[in-house]
Write a protein that binds this ligand. Structure first.
Ligand SMILES: Cc1cc2nc3c(=O)[nH]c(=O)nc-3n(C[C@H](O)[C@H](O)[C@H](O)COP(=O)(O)O)c2cc1C
Length: 437
Protein backbone atom coordinates (compact mmCIF):
# COMPACT_ATOMS: atom_id res chain seq x y z
CA UNK A 1 0.00 0.00 0.00
CA UNK A 2 1.27 3.46 -0.89
CA UNK A 3 1.74 5.41 2.38
CA UNK A 4 -1.00 7.86 3.25
CA UNK A 5 -0.49 8.97 6.85
CA UNK A 6 3.27 8.49 6.75
CA UNK A 7 3.83 9.78 3.22
CA UNK A 8 6.07 12.56 4.57
CA UNK A 9 8.40 10.22 6.47
CA UNK A 10 11.85 10.64 5.00
CA UNK A 11 10.94 13.76 2.98
CA UNK A 12 13.42 16.61 3.68
CA UNK A 13 11.99 19.45 5.79
CA UNK A 14 8.71 17.51 5.97
CA UNK A 15 7.40 19.47 8.95
CA UNK A 16 7.34 22.88 7.27
CA UNK A 17 4.12 24.30 5.88
CA UNK A 18 5.87 24.93 2.52
CA UNK A 19 6.57 21.19 2.11
CA UNK A 20 3.05 20.34 3.24
CA UNK A 21 1.47 22.76 0.78
CA UNK A 22 3.67 21.49 -2.06
CA UNK A 23 2.27 17.99 -1.40
CA UNK A 24 -1.32 19.24 -1.63
CA UNK A 25 -1.68 20.12 2.04
CA UNK A 26 -4.68 22.15 3.26
CA UNK A 27 -6.61 21.33 0.06
CA UNK A 28 -8.96 19.22 2.23
CA UNK A 29 -9.53 22.18 4.54
CA UNK A 30 -10.35 24.47 1.60
CA UNK A 31 -12.69 21.88 0.13
CA UNK A 32 -14.39 21.23 3.49
CA UNK A 33 -15.15 24.95 3.95
CA UNK A 34 -16.93 24.88 0.61
CA UNK A 35 -18.88 21.71 1.42
CA UNK A 36 -20.42 22.81 4.73
CA UNK A 37 -20.41 20.97 8.09
CA UNK A 38 -23.13 18.40 7.35
CA UNK A 39 -21.60 17.28 4.04
CA UNK A 40 -18.20 16.91 5.74
CA UNK A 41 -19.72 14.73 8.48
CA UNK A 42 -21.55 12.65 5.86
CA UNK A 43 -18.33 12.05 3.91
CA UNK A 44 -16.60 10.84 7.08
CA UNK A 45 -19.62 8.67 7.95
CA UNK A 46 -19.56 7.13 4.47
CA UNK A 47 -15.84 6.42 4.71
CA UNK A 48 -16.58 4.17 7.71
CA UNK A 49 -13.58 5.66 9.50
CA UNK A 50 -13.36 4.23 13.03
CA UNK A 51 -11.47 5.85 15.89
CA UNK A 52 -7.79 4.92 16.14
CA UNK A 53 -7.53 5.77 19.87
CA UNK A 54 -8.59 2.37 21.14
CA UNK A 55 -12.31 1.73 21.04
CA UNK A 56 -12.81 1.88 17.26
CA UNK A 57 -15.98 3.98 17.49
CA UNK A 58 -17.27 5.30 14.10
CA UNK A 59 -15.95 8.85 13.83
CA UNK A 60 -18.76 10.37 11.73
CA UNK A 61 -21.33 8.98 14.16
CA UNK A 62 -19.53 10.53 17.11
CA UNK A 63 -19.57 13.92 15.34
CA UNK A 64 -23.28 13.59 14.62
CA UNK A 65 -24.07 13.21 18.37
CA UNK A 66 -23.25 16.89 18.97
CA UNK A 67 -26.65 18.57 19.48
CA UNK A 68 -27.45 20.65 16.39
CA UNK A 69 -29.38 23.28 18.32
CA UNK A 70 -26.85 23.82 21.12
CA UNK A 71 -26.78 27.58 21.79
CA UNK A 72 -23.31 27.79 23.40
CA UNK A 73 -19.80 26.95 22.26
CA UNK A 74 -18.64 23.48 21.23
CA UNK A 75 -15.12 22.10 21.41
CA UNK A 76 -12.93 19.68 19.49
CA UNK A 77 -10.18 17.86 21.37
CA UNK A 78 -7.38 15.96 19.67
CA UNK A 79 -6.10 13.24 22.00
CA UNK A 80 -2.30 13.09 21.74
CA UNK A 81 -1.75 11.61 25.20
CA UNK A 82 -0.42 8.34 23.73
CA UNK A 83 0.50 6.67 27.01
CA UNK A 84 -0.52 3.07 26.34
CA UNK A 85 2.54 0.80 26.63
CA UNK A 86 3.82 -0.21 23.19
CA UNK A 87 2.20 2.74 21.41
CA UNK A 88 4.26 5.33 19.52
CA UNK A 89 2.34 6.00 16.30
CA UNK A 90 0.80 9.41 17.03
CA UNK A 91 4.25 10.83 17.71
CA UNK A 92 5.40 9.43 14.35
CA UNK A 93 2.66 11.42 12.58
CA UNK A 94 3.46 14.57 14.55
CA UNK A 95 7.19 14.11 14.03
CA UNK A 96 6.99 14.02 10.23
CA UNK A 97 3.71 15.66 9.33
CA UNK A 98 2.24 17.91 12.04
CA UNK A 99 0.20 19.92 9.52
CA UNK A 100 -1.73 16.78 8.68
CA UNK A 101 -2.95 16.77 12.29
CA UNK A 102 -3.67 20.51 12.31
CA UNK A 103 -5.65 20.17 9.07
CA UNK A 104 -7.62 17.22 10.50
CA UNK A 105 -8.34 19.22 13.65
CA UNK A 106 -9.55 22.17 11.54
CA UNK A 107 -11.90 20.06 9.38
CA UNK A 108 -13.33 18.19 12.39
CA UNK A 109 -13.86 21.47 14.27
CA UNK A 110 -15.73 22.87 11.27
CA UNK A 111 -17.87 19.72 11.01
CA UNK A 112 -19.08 20.10 14.60
CA UNK A 113 -19.08 23.92 14.44
CA UNK A 114 -16.44 24.33 17.14
CA UNK A 115 -14.46 27.57 17.16
CA UNK A 116 -11.94 26.32 19.69
CA UNK A 117 -9.89 23.14 19.55
CA UNK A 118 -7.36 21.70 21.97
CA UNK A 119 -4.59 19.27 21.21
CA UNK A 120 -4.02 17.51 24.53
CA UNK A 121 -0.55 16.04 24.73
CA UNK A 122 1.25 14.15 27.47
CA UNK A 123 3.50 16.52 29.47
CA UNK A 124 6.70 14.56 28.83
CA UNK A 125 6.29 14.84 25.06
CA UNK A 126 7.88 18.28 25.02
CA UNK A 127 9.43 17.78 21.58
CA UNK A 128 6.13 16.94 19.91
CA UNK A 129 4.24 19.69 21.76
CA UNK A 130 6.72 22.20 20.33
CA UNK A 131 6.42 20.74 16.83
CA UNK A 132 2.65 21.15 17.05
CA UNK A 133 2.90 24.69 18.39
CA UNK A 134 5.19 25.65 15.50
CA UNK A 135 2.80 24.09 12.97
CA UNK A 136 -0.18 25.92 14.50
CA UNK A 137 1.73 29.22 14.34
CA UNK A 138 2.58 28.62 10.66
CA UNK A 139 -1.02 27.70 9.82
CA UNK A 140 -2.31 30.78 11.59
CA UNK A 141 0.16 33.00 9.78
CA UNK A 142 -1.05 31.63 6.43
CA UNK A 143 -4.70 32.22 7.35
CA UNK A 144 -5.65 28.56 7.77
CA UNK A 145 -6.50 29.24 11.43
CA UNK A 146 -7.65 32.30 13.33
CA UNK A 147 -10.39 34.80 12.52
CA UNK A 148 -12.37 34.42 9.30
CA UNK A 149 -10.40 31.44 7.97
CA UNK A 150 -9.70 31.94 4.24
CA UNK A 151 -12.53 34.48 4.09
CA UNK A 152 -15.11 31.84 5.01
CA UNK A 153 -16.50 33.63 8.06
CA UNK A 154 -15.47 30.67 10.22
CA UNK A 155 -13.16 31.37 13.20
CA UNK A 156 -10.92 28.74 14.69
CA UNK A 157 -8.36 28.83 17.48
CA UNK A 158 -6.23 25.76 18.19
CA UNK A 159 -4.31 25.39 21.45
CA UNK A 160 -1.79 22.80 22.54
CA UNK A 161 -2.56 21.75 26.11
CA UNK A 162 0.17 19.81 27.89
CA UNK A 163 -0.90 17.29 30.51
CA UNK A 164 1.14 16.48 33.60
CA UNK A 165 1.98 12.94 32.49
CA UNK A 166 -0.62 10.40 33.57
CA UNK A 167 -1.91 7.41 31.64
CA UNK A 168 -5.43 8.01 32.92
CA UNK A 169 -5.51 11.44 31.25
CA UNK A 170 -5.70 9.65 27.87
CA UNK A 171 -9.17 8.48 28.91
CA UNK A 172 -11.42 11.05 27.32
CA UNK A 173 -13.31 12.30 30.37
CA UNK A 174 -10.21 12.39 32.61
CA UNK A 175 -8.62 14.38 29.80
CA UNK A 176 -11.48 16.89 29.88
CA UNK A 177 -11.10 17.27 33.65
CA UNK A 178 -7.38 17.85 33.11
CA UNK A 179 -8.03 20.57 30.51
CA UNK A 180 -10.30 22.23 33.05
CA UNK A 181 -7.34 22.31 35.44
CA UNK A 182 -8.61 19.54 37.69
CA UNK A 183 -7.19 16.20 38.75
CA UNK A 184 -7.62 13.59 35.99
CA UNK A 185 -10.54 11.67 37.44
CA UNK A 186 -12.78 10.07 34.77
CA UNK A 187 -16.43 11.15 34.71
CA UNK A 188 -19.47 8.91 34.78
CA UNK A 189 -21.14 8.48 31.37
CA UNK A 190 -23.80 9.38 30.29
CA UNK A 191 -23.84 12.24 29.62
CA UNK A 192 -21.27 11.58 26.91
CA UNK A 193 -18.77 14.32 26.05
CA UNK A 194 -20.47 14.98 22.70
CA UNK A 195 -23.37 16.35 24.77
CA UNK A 196 -21.67 17.56 27.97
CA UNK A 197 -17.90 17.81 27.59
CA UNK A 198 -15.25 20.34 28.48
CA UNK A 199 -16.56 23.35 30.42
CA UNK A 200 -19.98 21.68 30.28
CA UNK A 201 -20.25 22.15 26.50
CA UNK A 202 -20.54 19.58 23.69
CA UNK A 203 -17.08 18.21 22.91
CA UNK A 204 -15.77 15.71 20.42
CA UNK A 205 -12.57 13.87 21.35
CA UNK A 206 -10.63 12.11 18.61
CA UNK A 207 -7.24 10.50 18.45
CA UNK A 208 -4.36 12.04 16.43
CA UNK A 209 -4.35 9.25 13.84
CA UNK A 210 -8.14 9.43 13.44
CA UNK A 211 -7.96 13.14 12.69
CA UNK A 212 -4.96 12.70 10.38
CA UNK A 213 -7.16 10.46 8.19
CA UNK A 214 -9.78 13.20 7.74
CA UNK A 215 -8.07 15.50 5.18
CA UNK A 216 -7.44 12.47 2.94
CA UNK A 217 -11.09 11.43 3.14
CA UNK A 218 -12.21 14.92 2.14
CA UNK A 219 -9.72 15.24 -0.73
CA UNK A 220 -9.90 11.70 -2.13
CA UNK A 221 -13.44 10.83 -1.10
CA UNK A 222 -15.16 8.32 1.19
CA UNK A 223 -15.21 5.60 -1.48
CA UNK A 224 -11.43 5.73 -1.87
CA UNK A 225 -10.95 5.42 1.91
CA UNK A 226 -13.49 2.59 2.17
CA UNK A 227 -11.71 0.72 -0.62
CA UNK A 228 -8.74 0.20 1.72
CA UNK A 229 -9.17 -2.65 4.22
CA UNK A 230 -12.49 -4.44 4.43
CA UNK A 231 -16.09 -3.35 5.19
CA UNK A 232 -16.50 -1.66 8.58
CA UNK A 233 -12.72 -1.88 9.02
CA UNK A 234 -11.60 0.65 6.46
CA UNK A 235 -8.57 2.75 5.77
CA UNK A 236 -4.87 2.72 6.48
CA UNK A 237 -3.70 1.95 10.00
CA UNK A 238 -0.45 2.54 11.80
CA UNK A 239 0.90 -0.47 13.67
CA UNK A 240 3.73 0.05 16.13
CA UNK A 241 5.70 -3.10 16.69
CA UNK A 242 8.06 -3.49 19.65
CA UNK A 243 9.58 -6.32 21.66
CA UNK A 244 11.44 -9.31 20.30
CA UNK A 245 11.44 -8.52 16.60
CA UNK A 246 14.29 -7.79 14.23
CA UNK A 247 12.88 -4.49 12.95
CA UNK A 248 10.76 -2.67 15.54
CA UNK A 249 8.98 0.42 14.23
CA UNK A 250 5.80 1.98 12.91
CA UNK A 251 4.27 0.40 9.80
CA UNK A 252 1.40 1.78 7.76
CA UNK A 253 -0.76 -1.01 6.36
CA UNK A 254 -4.39 -1.53 5.41
CA UNK A 255 -6.66 -2.71 8.23
CA UNK A 256 -7.21 -6.44 7.90
CA UNK A 257 -3.66 -7.62 7.23
CA UNK A 258 -2.74 -10.52 9.49
CA UNK A 259 -0.56 -10.18 12.56
CA UNK A 260 1.67 -12.78 10.92
CA UNK A 261 2.33 -10.46 7.99
CA UNK A 262 3.04 -7.52 10.30
CA UNK A 263 5.40 -9.44 12.57
CA UNK A 264 7.13 -11.68 10.03
CA UNK A 265 7.32 -9.47 6.94
CA UNK A 266 7.27 -5.88 8.09
CA UNK A 267 8.92 -6.20 11.51
CA UNK A 268 11.44 -8.72 10.18
CA UNK A 269 10.32 -11.69 12.26
CA UNK A 270 11.26 -12.77 15.78
CA UNK A 271 14.82 -11.81 16.58
CA UNK A 272 17.62 -14.32 16.88
CA UNK A 273 15.64 -16.88 14.88
CA UNK A 274 13.61 -17.76 17.98
CA UNK A 275 9.98 -18.82 18.04
CA UNK A 276 7.08 -16.45 18.60
CA UNK A 277 5.39 -17.18 21.92
CA UNK A 278 2.75 -14.49 22.36
CA UNK A 279 1.91 -10.89 21.52
CA UNK A 280 -0.25 -8.03 22.69
CA UNK A 281 -2.19 -6.95 19.58
CA UNK A 282 -3.21 -3.44 20.70
CA UNK A 283 -1.13 -2.21 23.61
CA UNK A 284 -0.73 -3.98 26.93
CA UNK A 285 -4.39 -3.45 27.85
CA UNK A 286 -5.55 -5.81 25.08
CA UNK A 287 -5.96 -9.51 25.96
CA UNK A 288 -2.90 -11.44 24.82
CA UNK A 289 -2.83 -13.64 21.71
CA UNK A 290 -0.73 -16.79 21.42
CA UNK A 291 1.54 -17.83 18.54
CA UNK A 292 -1.29 -20.08 17.33
CA UNK A 293 -3.47 -16.95 16.86
CA UNK A 294 -0.97 -15.05 14.70
CA UNK A 295 -3.13 -15.45 11.58
CA UNK A 296 -5.84 -13.27 13.14
CA UNK A 297 -6.58 -10.22 11.00
CA UNK A 298 -5.40 -6.96 12.49
CA UNK A 299 -8.67 -5.05 12.49
CA UNK A 300 -11.42 -4.11 14.93
CA UNK A 301 -13.91 -6.89 14.23
CA UNK A 302 -11.45 -9.75 13.73
CA UNK A 303 -9.73 -8.88 17.01
CA UNK A 304 -13.08 -8.73 18.82
CA UNK A 305 -13.98 -12.14 17.38
CA UNK A 306 -10.66 -13.48 18.70
CA UNK A 307 -11.53 -12.21 22.19
CA UNK A 308 -9.15 -9.28 22.16
CA UNK A 309 -9.02 -5.78 20.68
CA UNK A 310 -7.04 -3.81 18.14
CA UNK A 311 -6.74 -1.02 20.73
CA UNK A 312 -4.04 1.45 19.85
CA UNK A 313 -2.33 -0.84 17.31
CA UNK A 314 0.67 -1.29 19.62
CA UNK A 315 1.92 -4.83 18.98
CA UNK A 316 4.30 -6.10 21.67
CA UNK A 317 6.01 -9.34 20.66
CA UNK A 318 7.38 -12.01 23.05
CA UNK A 319 9.69 -14.81 21.99
CA UNK A 320 9.83 -18.27 23.54
CA UNK A 321 12.33 -17.25 26.23
CA UNK A 322 9.73 -15.13 27.98
CA UNK A 323 8.03 -16.30 31.15
CA UNK A 324 4.41 -15.20 30.98
CA UNK A 325 4.16 -14.84 34.78
CA UNK A 326 6.73 -12.07 34.47
CA UNK A 327 4.68 -10.45 31.71
CA UNK A 328 1.55 -10.49 33.89
CA UNK A 329 3.54 -9.04 36.79
CA UNK A 330 4.91 -6.27 34.58
CA UNK A 331 1.42 -5.41 33.35
CA UNK A 332 0.07 -5.34 36.92
CA UNK A 333 2.81 -2.95 38.04
CA UNK A 334 2.02 -0.47 35.29
CA UNK A 335 -1.74 -0.37 35.84
CA UNK A 336 -1.52 -0.43 39.65
CA UNK A 337 0.70 2.63 39.37
CA UNK A 338 -1.58 4.37 36.88
CA UNK A 339 -4.98 3.63 38.44
CA UNK A 340 -6.40 7.00 39.46
CA UNK A 341 -7.79 5.40 42.62
CA UNK A 342 -11.32 6.70 42.20
CA UNK A 343 -13.02 3.26 41.95
CA UNK A 344 -12.33 0.61 44.57
CA UNK A 345 -12.27 -2.43 42.21
CA UNK A 346 -9.58 -0.82 40.04
CA UNK A 347 -7.55 0.75 42.84
CA UNK A 348 -7.57 -2.34 45.08
CA UNK A 349 -7.83 -4.96 42.34
CA UNK A 350 -4.76 -3.78 40.42
CA UNK A 351 -2.80 -3.62 43.69
CA UNK A 352 -3.89 -7.09 44.79
CA UNK A 353 -2.96 -8.55 41.41
CA UNK A 354 0.43 -6.88 41.65
CA UNK A 355 1.02 -8.18 45.20
CA UNK A 356 0.02 -11.75 44.28
CA UNK A 357 2.09 -11.73 41.09
CA UNK A 358 5.08 -10.25 42.96
CA UNK A 359 4.76 -13.07 45.48
CA UNK A 360 4.64 -15.73 42.75
CA UNK A 361 7.65 -14.18 41.03
CA UNK A 362 9.53 -14.11 44.35
CA UNK A 363 8.99 -17.88 44.65
CA UNK A 364 6.22 -17.83 47.25
CA UNK A 365 3.15 -18.55 45.12
CA UNK A 366 0.20 -20.45 46.56
CA UNK A 367 -1.95 -23.05 44.75
CA UNK A 368 -5.03 -20.82 44.95
CA UNK A 369 -3.28 -17.81 43.34
CA UNK A 370 -4.31 -18.33 39.67
CA UNK A 371 -7.98 -18.58 40.63
CA UNK A 372 -7.68 -15.65 43.01
CA UNK A 373 -6.19 -13.57 40.19
CA UNK A 374 -9.05 -14.54 37.89
CA UNK A 375 -11.61 -13.65 40.58
CA UNK A 376 -10.05 -10.24 41.20
CA UNK A 377 -9.95 -9.59 37.43
CA UNK A 378 -13.62 -10.56 37.13
CA UNK A 379 -14.80 -8.05 39.71
CA UNK A 380 -12.57 -5.29 38.38
CA UNK A 381 -13.83 -5.41 34.78
CA UNK A 382 -17.05 -5.51 32.76
CA UNK A 383 -18.54 -2.24 33.88
CA UNK A 384 -17.55 -2.37 37.56
CA UNK A 385 -15.59 0.88 37.30
CA UNK A 386 -16.27 4.39 36.02
CA UNK A 387 -13.76 4.09 33.17
CA UNK A 388 -12.23 1.10 31.38
CA UNK A 389 -8.91 1.22 33.27
CA UNK A 390 -10.29 -1.64 35.36
CA UNK A 391 -10.61 -3.70 32.16
CA UNK A 392 -7.22 -2.45 31.00
CA UNK A 393 -5.40 -4.47 33.67
CA UNK A 394 -7.96 -7.21 34.28
CA UNK A 395 -8.37 -8.42 30.70
CA UNK A 396 -4.68 -8.89 29.84
CA UNK A 397 -3.89 -10.49 33.21
CA UNK A 398 -6.83 -12.90 33.07
CA UNK A 399 -6.00 -13.77 29.45
CA UNK A 400 -2.40 -14.59 30.47
CA UNK A 401 -3.56 -16.72 33.42
CA UNK A 402 -6.06 -18.57 31.23
CA UNK A 403 -3.74 -19.15 28.27
CA UNK A 404 -0.52 -19.87 30.20
CA UNK A 405 -1.87 -21.36 33.43
CA UNK A 406 0.68 -24.18 33.41
CA UNK A 407 3.50 -21.60 33.74
CA UNK A 408 1.87 -20.24 36.88
CA UNK A 409 1.34 -23.74 38.25
CA UNK A 410 4.94 -24.72 37.53
CA UNK A 411 6.26 -21.73 39.44
CA UNK A 412 3.86 -22.34 42.30
CA UNK A 413 4.73 -26.07 42.50
CA UNK A 414 8.35 -25.21 43.28
CA UNK A 415 7.47 -22.32 45.60
CA UNK A 416 8.41 -22.07 49.25
CA UNK A 417 5.86 -20.71 51.71
CA UNK A 418 6.35 -17.09 52.62
CA UNK A 419 7.90 -16.85 56.11
CA UNK A 420 5.16 -15.98 58.60
CA UNK A 421 5.41 -12.39 59.72
CA UNK A 422 5.80 -12.07 63.49
CA UNK A 423 2.70 -10.30 64.78
CA UNK A 424 3.73 -7.10 66.54
CA UNK A 425 2.80 -6.91 70.20
CA UNK A 426 0.76 -3.77 70.43
CA UNK A 427 1.08 -1.76 73.63
CA UNK A 428 -2.69 -1.52 73.95
CA UNK A 429 -3.31 -5.22 73.29
CA UNK A 430 -4.82 -7.13 76.16
CA UNK A 431 -7.60 -6.36 78.60
CA UNK A 432 -8.74 -2.78 78.78
CA UNK A 433 -10.57 -2.55 82.07
CA UNK A 434 -11.66 1.04 81.66
CA UNK A 435 -13.83 0.01 78.67
CA UNK A 436 -15.08 -3.20 80.21
CA UNK A 437 -13.16 -5.45 77.79
C1 LIG B 1 -7.21 4.42 30.47
C2 LIG B 1 -7.39 4.90 29.07
C3 LIG B 1 -6.36 5.55 28.40
C4 LIG B 1 -6.55 6.01 27.10
N1 LIG B 1 -5.51 6.63 26.46
C5 LIG B 1 -5.68 7.12 25.21
C6 LIG B 1 -4.63 7.82 24.55
O1 LIG B 1 -3.52 7.96 25.08
N2 LIG B 1 -4.88 8.29 23.31
C7 LIG B 1 -6.11 8.14 22.69
O2 LIG B 1 -6.29 8.61 21.58
N3 LIG B 1 -7.10 7.47 23.29
C8 LIG B 1 -6.93 6.98 24.53
N4 LIG B 1 -7.97 6.35 25.16
C9 LIG B 1 -9.27 6.29 24.47
C10 LIG B 1 -10.04 7.60 24.68
O3 LIG B 1 -10.79 7.51 25.88
C11 LIG B 1 -11.01 7.90 23.55
O4 LIG B 1 -11.82 6.78 23.34
C12 LIG B 1 -10.31 8.25 22.24
O5 LIG B 1 -9.41 9.32 22.39
C13 LIG B 1 -11.37 8.63 21.21
O6 LIG B 1 -10.77 8.88 19.97
P1 LIG B 1 -11.14 8.04 18.68
O7 LIG B 1 -12.63 7.97 18.62
O8 LIG B 1 -10.55 8.82 17.57
O9 LIG B 1 -10.54 6.69 18.85
C14 LIG B 1 -7.79 5.83 26.45
C15 LIG B 1 -8.83 5.17 27.11
C16 LIG B 1 -8.62 4.69 28.40
C17 LIG B 1 -9.75 3.98 29.08
Amino acid sequence: MEPVLLRARGVPDSRSIATYLAAGGYEGWKKALGMGPDAVTKEVLDSELRGRGGAGFPTGRKWSFVPKDHPGPRYLVCNADESEPGTFKDREIIEYDPHQVVEGVAIASFAIKANTAYIYIRGEFVRWARILEDAIAEARQRGFLGKNVMGSGFDLDVWVHRGAGAYICGEETALLESIEGKRGFPRLKPPFPAVVGVFGQPTVINNVETLACVPHIIVRGAAWFASIGRPKNTGPKLFCVSGHVNRPGVFELPLGVTFREIIEEHAGGVRGGRQLKAFFPGGSSAPILTAAEVDTMADFDACAAAGTMLGSGGIIVFDDTVDMVDVADNVAHFYAHESCGQCTPCREGSDWCMDILDRIVAGHGRPADPDTLLRICRFSSAGMTICPLGDAFALPISSIVNKYRSEFERRIASATPLPQKKQPVLPWAGPCPGFGI
